[in-house]
Design a protein around this ligand. Sequence first.
Ligand code: GLR
Ligand code: MG
Length: 421
Amino acid sequence: MSAGRVSRVTVTPVAFRDPPLLNVVGVHQPYVLRAIVQVHTDAGLVGLGETYADQAHLDRLEAVAAALPGTDAFDLNGLRRVVESALGASTGGAGASFGGMLEVSSAVDTVAAPFEVALLDLQGKAAGRPVSDLLGGAVRERVPYSAYLFYKWAGHPGHDEDSWGEGVTPEQMVAQARRMVEEYGFTAIKLKGGVFEPGHEIETVEALASAFPGHALRIDPNGAWTVQTSIDVADRLAGVLEYLEDPTPGIDGMAEVARHTDLPLATNMCVISFDHLKPAVAADAVQVVLSDHHLWGGLRRSALLGGICETFGMGLSMHSNSHLGISLAAMTHLAAATPNLTYACDTHYPWKSEEVIRPGALEFRDGGVAVPTAPGLGVELDEDALDALHEQYLRCGQRGREDTAYMRTVVPGFTPNTARW
Ligand SMILES: O=C([O-])C(=O)C[C@H](O)[C@@H](O)C(=O)[O-]
Ligand SMILES: [Mg+2]
């Protein structure tokens, strides 16, 4: 069956509820914004993609959506040309910022990604093969994910406590981990740090290590520490962590830490596009790169990143931001088809309570998600759920990710903890 040519593209912003999760720049707002991309073809097929929905990003997605009709669903190079020219015309191709934490140097990769995923979904549907086959074939049937722990408030200000309750003390964090491990079977645990002074976060990691012996542990303070603090923490947690993620900002700072520890350093902050790879490799700044198809230009360019990491002897893991099932499907196909992605991938999935896809296609068991075998991504959009979450987007009033501004409504004068300790 032919996949056809793109006939129509819709970009639908949605909002789904999110708990008050704390991080280095502030706290998650009551809703996460995502954009659901549907690419229709003249062969009667629809391909799905998912990405951020901050207003500036939405404007860029809309510019591409208007320019894409006529493109052959197999022409991924053509997609890239369409994105480059649409962005050149609409924005000058400048970078983008998401939530004050991720600064992307090129908007092209970030904007192209959901369309590339949608075209791969179309190609798979036309060929009757799962997306993992289009990426070279699954080397694993199940993709392992990690339990992603967050310090958190009991509930959003002015609202009841949520089902997770407060997460501040080491005991509360062990309880949070226990719930995730029991419900999902995770065997790797990641603690989002950068919220409290490092001594408290180290105590939390140590409590997790004794409560979950044999689980792989990571902490990610998103650059909250100085070089010296990072070296001290690496000394203290050597033998406890599988890797230390973004302890300090920048390639130079990470390289300085790396010179003083054998603990692998991981990043999704100082290497987030292809032009960061050469200086990071030259400085031996990071030993593990967290890929993310939303930021690296889609699934095929993420596979390219995997090859580059292999060439330079760097490990590969996967980053996540709050997301829905279309992204989880894309992440799972990519991870399944990337042989050197040997670490459990991050996911925010357990934190979400609303969805746009029909149930059943993606289930966590034994800490992992079975790779869908149906054609394409293997997930189906629930149109009613999409409408409901779009209505929620229209009502919620949020138009971007503003962790710092939201924190300041509760803690006036709050400034991000970047390199604070
Ligand atoms: O690994 C990471 O750096 C992340 O997952 C970044 C996210 O923005 C996380 O900090 C969050 O959701 O607050
Ligand atoms: Mg990180």
